[in-house]
Design a protein around this ligand. Structure first.
Ligand code: ADP
Length: 422
C-alpha cells in the first residue's frame, strides 16, 4: 500500500477513491474504522471513510487519528485528509483540529489545504473559494443545514479552526510551476506556518501541486488534490502500470433512490425525476417526530411504488426556508439525525426484502444508510457524473451503491445512473 486516505464523509471518500483509481492506483474504500482486520483485495491506495464532518471536534480527531494509524500500519507512505470541495466546516472544526492532530501524529511541520475541484467548478483564487462564478459565501452553501459556509476566504476560515499559522500559496506561485510551489512550502516552514491554503483553478494546477507535494507526509483537500499523486509513485517506480479493470457487475435486484440532501442540485434532481414520472414520497421530519411516518410505512410505500426496472424516490430534500422551520422546532443536529436514522432503517428494511441497488443523495445521509446496511468496504465502479461512481460492497451481501454528494451530478442523475447497470 502506498497511499492512505482519511475522508470525513462517505461520498467524499468515494469521490477520492474514484480519482485515485482513474489515476491508475488499485483503490479500495473502507467504511469506518474497522474493529478487526478486513479481508481486502490487494490495493495501492486505501480510502477510509469516516462520518466525522459534523461530529464534535474531539471525536473527529480521535477517529481520524485511529484511521491514520491503521493506514500507517498497513504501509501508507503518505496520508491524505479528504474533506469537501466546499470546505464544509464550522469555527469549531473539524478541518483544522483533524489536520493538526494528523500533523502531530506524522511528526510533520507543514501541510496544505486545497479543496479545489475544477471539474465540479470549485476553484481557489487568492485564498478565496469559488463555486462556479460565485464566492462560496454567495453560493447555496451559505444555507447548508449543518455547515453553512458564510466566508469564502479559506485562510480566515481555517485560521479560526487552528491555533497555528495559516498561509497562502497564491495563484502567481502555483502557475510558476512545481519548483516555485516547493519553494513556497520551504519558506512557509521557515516562517513557522503549519497550514498552507493553495490556490488552484485548473486540473493542470492540481497536477503541479501534487508533484510539489510528493514529500509531504500529510496532504489535505478535496478529491482534486489527488490528481497528481499517482504520478509521484509512478515516477519512483512504486506503482505498476494498470491492467484493465475487471468489469463491474451489479447484483440483480430492485432499485430505490433515497435523498436526504437539501442541496440545490439534489432538489433539482428530485424535481427532474418527478417530472420524468418516478413515483416519490416526501419525508417531513416533523411527521417522523409525530410518528405519522415510520420506516416500515415508508418501506411499504417503496415496495408498492417500484419495480425491478423502475425505482421509487423517497426524499426529505427541502428548501432553506422549510429546513429552517424544522430546525427551529427540532434543533439542527436532531433534525438531521432523525432523517438520517429513518432513511437508514428504510434502506435496511428494503435490503432485507430484495433491494440491491441503492442511489443515495447526501454525504451524511449516505454515511447513515451505508452504516445501516452494514457495508464495510467498497469497490469503485464506473463514473456516473464527475466525482460519483457506482460502487459495490466488497464484503457480505452484494449491493450496488451510488453515493452522491449533495451538490454533485447533473439534473438527470437520478434517471441516468440506472442505465449504467446491466
Ligand atoms: P449534502 O451532501 O447535500 O450536504 P447531507 O446528507 O450531507 O447532504 O446533509 C443533509 C443533512 O440535512 C442531513 O443531516 C439530513 O438528515 C438533513 N436533512 C434532510 N432533510 C431535512 C429537512 N427536511 N429538514 C432538516 N434537515 C434535513
Amino acid at each position: 500500500m502506498l497511499l492512505g486516505a482519511v475522508a470525513d464523509d462517505l461520498t467524499g471518500a468515494t469521490d477520492l477513491a474514484l480519482t485515485l483509481s482513474r489515476g491508475g492506483m488499485r483503490t479500495v474504500q473502507v467504511v469506518g474504522v474497522p474493529e478487526k482486520p478486513l479481508d481486502l483485495p490487494e490495493a495501492d491506495a486505501v480510502v477510509l471513510a469516516l462520518k466525522s464532518r459534523t461530529i464534535p471536534a474531539g471525536e473527529a480527531v480521535a477517529q481520524s487519528r485511529a484511521a491514520a494509524q491503521i493506514l500507517q500500519a498497513a504501509g501508507a507512505r503518505q496520508i491524505i485528509f479528504k474533506y469537501c470541495s466546499t470546505f464544509d466546516s464550522t469555527p469549531d472544526g473539524n478541518i483544522g483540529p483533524v489536520a493538526d492532530a494528523l500533523l502531530d501524529l506524522l511528526d510533520a511541520p507543514l501541510t496544505i489545504a486545497c479543496p479545489a475541484f475544477p471539474t465540479n467548478k470549485r476553484t481557489i483564487y487568492q485564498g478565496h473559494l469559488f463555486v462556479g462564478d460565485q464566492l462560496l459565501s454567495d453560493s447555496p452553501m451559505k444555507d447548508h443545514p449543518l455547515t453553512p459556509m458564510r466566508d469564502a476566504n479559506l485562510v480566515r476560515v481555517l485560521a479560526q479552526q487552528t491555533s497555528h499559522k495559516v498561509g497562502l500559496v497564491s495563484y502567481a506561485t502555483v502557475t510558476s510551476g512545481v519548483a516555485a510551489i516547493k519553494a513556497a512550502y520551504e519558506k512557509a516552514i521557515a516562517d513557522g506556518i503549519r497550514h498552507l491554503i493553495v490556490d488552484a483553478v485548473t486540473d493542470a494546477d492540481l497536477h503541479n501541486i501534487g508533484a510539489a507535494s510528493a514529500d509531504l507526509a500529510l496532504i489535505t483537500g478535496g478529491s482534486g488534490i489527488a490528481l497528481g499523486l499517482p504520478e509521484n509513485f509512478r515516477r519512483q517506480g512504486l506503482l505498476q502500470p494498470t491492467t484493465t479493470a475487471a468489469a463491474f457487475t451489479a447484483p440483480a435486484g430492485r432499485p430505490v433512490i433515497l435523498a436526504g440532501s437539501c442541496s440545490a442540485m439534489t432538489r433539482q434532481q428530485v424535481a427532474t425525476a418527478q417530472a420524468a414520472g418516478i413515483d416519490s414520497l416526501r419525508i417531513d421530519p416533523l411527521a417522523i417526530v409525530e410518528k405519522k411516518l415510520t420506516a416500515s410505512t415508508v418501506a411499504d410505500w417503496v415496495l408498492t411504488h417500484s419495480s425491478a426496472d423502475k425505482p421509487a424516490l423517497v426524499y426529505s430534500s427541502a428548501d432553506p426556508a422549510e429546513v429552517l422551520v424544522v430546525q427551529q422546532r427540532l434543533g439542527r443536529t436532531e433534525a438531521g439525525e432523525l432523517v438520517e436514522k429513518l432513511l437508514g432503517e428504510v434502506a435496511a428494511s428494503l435490503a432485507a426484502q430484495g433491494f440491491t441497488r441503492f442511489l443515495i443523495a447526501g454525504g451524511e445521509t449516505s454515511g447513515a444508510v451505508v452504516a445501516a446496511l452494514g457495508v464495510t468496504a467498497l469497490e469503485i465502479g464506473p463514473e456516473i457524473d464527475p466525482g460519483v461512481p457506482w460502487t459495490k460492497s466488497l464484503i457480505g451481501r452484494p449491493l450496488a451503491l451510488a453515493l452522491k454528494s449533495g451538490n454533485f451530478g447533473a439534473p438527470d442523475f437520478f434517471l441516468k445512473a440506472w442505465k449504467m447497470l446491466s
